[in-house]
Design a protein around this ligand. Structure first.
Ligand code: KG4
Ligand code: ZN
Length: 337
């Protein structure tokens, strides 16, 4: 089954063709990052308008690169939510319309399931159910027990900011540019992670929830209290210390989830799963605990449509179908479609 995937939940306009939920035939992503950079974050109305301009050329390119057309694909999968509602509506309207005119089956996909489905594209036979998935991105920080390609149980989630949002805000306070995660990752490699002791929230008891807003404020206060200019090495130390606080919490919770659930495989997905220190730390802790650790390549961690097609494949095989009344949802939901 060849599925056209469409993703437009935030600031990436993306389309992909995936065969049988595993094999990527094309994966096209048009990033809006240059458009939003001068505002230091995504401006929802600008994002929606840019999606309108980009979506049809991106779909055409994805079909063309795969050597397919609307006549040869078998189904369509579109991100339904959560995300920016204006952005979601663009992809959803296009997906529905193409499915309607070609009389193709289609499904709406939960973006968070999409991130998890990136694992189906990248891990081959190493992926066994059940596994723990840490979905960690600019919009989400959640832990799931994944029992099958269409069944996930929420174990914990952030009570305030997502980890990626904290990376982006801290980078903004420090004048490091946007998006901040990748810059902090790079600077932190040469910094001292123990230079400043920033708080690690909710590490107590058995909680699998997260909180990053206190950490964000702690970094802001630390920066404000300092009079004078930071040296480049101080900047690297602050970046490394902040990153270490985020990574410590994420690593501790994902390993705790594996322990509590008696599961021997954990996966890291979403944009923040590109983080070098996070990958390194969870891999090391996994090794110590006899738990396997897998993550997709960076191009499948950040938003893309191949993951949406991969998730859609399993829902379509389960017999689920979207209809024309299906609408976007903007808020967090564990609803599969
Ligand atoms: O998955 P994604 O593309 O979009 C959402 O669904 O939110 O994730 C984007 C987020 C941004 O916050 C970005 O700063 C963060 O992922 N990110 C990173 C790294 N690369 C991207 N955060 C930490 N380290 C990185 N290397
Ligand atoms: Zn995402």
């Amino acid at each position: 089954m060849k599925i056209l995937g469409i993703e437009s939940s935030c600031d990436e306009t993306a389309a992909a063709v995936v065969r049988d939920g595993r094999e990527i035939l094309s994966n096209v992503v048009a990033s809006q990052v240059d458009l939003h950079r001068k505002y230091g974050g995504v401006v929802p109305e600008l994002a929606s308008r840019k999606h309108v301009e980009a979506i049809l050329p991106v779909v055409d390119e994805a079909l063309g690169r795969a050597g397919e057309s609307l006549e040869t694909i078998d189904a369509i999968a579109v991100t339904q939510g959560p995300g920016l509602v204006g952005s979601l509506l663009v992809g959803l309207a296009v997906g529905k319309s193409l499915a309607y005119v070609r009389n193709l089956p289609w499904v709406g996909v939960n973006h968070i399931y999409g991130h998890v489905a990136a694992m189906f594209l990248s891990s081959g036979d190493a992926l066994r159910f059940p596994f723990i998935a840490l979905v960690v991105s600019g919009g989400h920080t959640s832990l799931f027990r994944v029992s099958s390609p269409t069944q996930m149980t929420l174990l914990g989630r952030t009570l305030d900011d997502a980890a990626g949002e904290a990376f982006d805000k801290v980078a903004k306070f420090m004048g490091l540019g946007y998006p901040g995660g990748v810059v902090i990752d790079r600077l932190a490699r040469e910094g001292n992670p123990s230079a400043v002791c920033f708080p690690r929230a909710l590490l107590d008891a058995n909680s699998l929830n997260f909180s990053f807003s206190g950490l964000k404020t702690a970094v802001l206060n630390y920066l404000k209290e300092f009079t004078g200019e930071f040296s480049p090495s101080q900047i690297r130390d602050i970046a490394a210390s902040f990153q270490e606080a985020v990574v410590d919490t994420l690593a501790a919770k994902v390993m705790r989830a594996a322990r509590q659930e008696g599961v021997k495989l954990v996966t890291l997905v979403g944009g923040v799963a590109c983080n070098t220190r996070l990958r390194e730390k969870v891999a090391r802790e996994g090794e110590g605990a006899g738990v396997a650790v897998l993550f997709p390549p960076p191009s499948l961690c950040t938003d893309n449509a191949a993951m949406v097609a991969a998730a859609g494949y399993h829902f379509l095989r389960d017999g689920r179908r979207g209809d024309l009344s299906l609408n976007a949802y903007s808020r967090f939901s564990t609803q599969p479609i």
